[in-house]
Design a protein around this ligand. Structure first.
Ligand SMILES: Nc1ncnc2c1ncn2[C@@H]1O[C@H](COP(=O)(O)OP(=O)(O)OP(=O)(O)O)[C@@H](O)[C@H]1O
Length: 251
């Protein structure tokens, strides 16, 4: 099994406050990795380290190493725009751009230099099909993306992410604003997408982690308490803290 991204001794501080302590966590290729743990334990902070989204926050200090295909993404010569193309992100609240469905998807490829209309049309259709939205919107590509339902908007955001052909997709609680049916659709989509992408998802929903993920990391107070295959972590956790959390004793 190939390691797509790897983290070695990652520490992160927001000003004086340390939010991640010595995190070592692999992201396996074509697998879904779930990050779970109580509120404020550092899941989203760690997720944002994987495509350097924390660079946008002032007074953040990061030490350690995170690699993508063996290359340290924090090295000085790394082009962050190119990195975020390869490691895309889907946020908690669907955040389509206030433009048409078509333009939402074509936006990224255009920024990365594609201007041929036919190629863009093909990318839009491909990305919408991949994210199981094509049938819903194929006759409405010129409609504002903001008119879609919340679940459709989140699938559009996933389509927008894959339109630039990333290697890794980061998802920060992508279903927390959605109803149960839309949630199941996104979960099915993740399982479909892992055939081509490596996925990391932050979730508060333990059932969701156990349903969709192959690997799970359990965080607490900035520490990675346990990382294992999802089956093992949920069925026979090694750590007492993991067992207490997954059995609902705290969090
Ligand atoms: N921009 C920021 N500036 C300062 N501190 C921050 C910032 N973002 C997060 N923190 C702090 O870092 C710690 C980890 O937060 P983080 O959002 O990563 O946790 P989380 O596990 O994702 O939480 P939740 O499940 O509630 O989203 C918390 O104590 C939080 O207050």
């Amino acid at each position: 099994m190939n390691i797509k991204m790897d983290s070695k001794n990652v520490n992160l501080w927001y000003s004086e406050k340390q939010a991640l302590n010595n995190i070592n966590l692999p992201v396996y290729e074509n697998k879904i990795t779930a990050l779970i743990g109580p509120s404020g334990c550092g899941k989203s902070t760690f997720l944002r380290c994987l495509n350097r989204m924390n660079d946008l926050i002032t007074n953040v200090k990061i030490t350690g190493q995170i690699t993508l295909d063996g290359k340290n993404i924090y090295e000085k010569d790394v082009d962050v725009v190119e990195l975020r193309k390869r490691v895309g992100m889907v946020f908690q609240k669907p955040n389509p751009f206030p433009m048409t469905i078509y333009e939402n998807i074509a936006y990224g490829p255009k920024i990365h230099g594609i201007s041929d209309k036919k190629t863009l049309d093909e990318i839009v259709e491909w990305a919408l099909k991949k994210s199981a939205l094509w049938d819903d919107v194929k006759d409405d590509l010129k409609k504002s993306a903001l008119k879609l339902s919340g679940g459709q908007q989140q699938r559009l955001c996933i389509a927008r992410t894959i339109a630039v052909k990333p290697d890794v997709i980061l998802m920060d609680e992508p279903c927390s604003a959605l109803d149960p049916i839309s949630t199941l659709k996104i979960e099915d989509l993740m399982v479909e997408l892992k055939k081509e992408y490596s996925i990391v998802i932050v979730t508060h929903n333990l059932q969701q982690a156990s349903r969709v993920s192959d690997y799970t990391g359990f965080f607490m107070l900035g520490d990675l308490i346990e990382f294992n295959s999802t089956d093992k972590l949920f069925v026979e956790p090694k750590e007492k803290k993991t067992e207490d959390y997954i059995s609902g004793r705290f969090g």
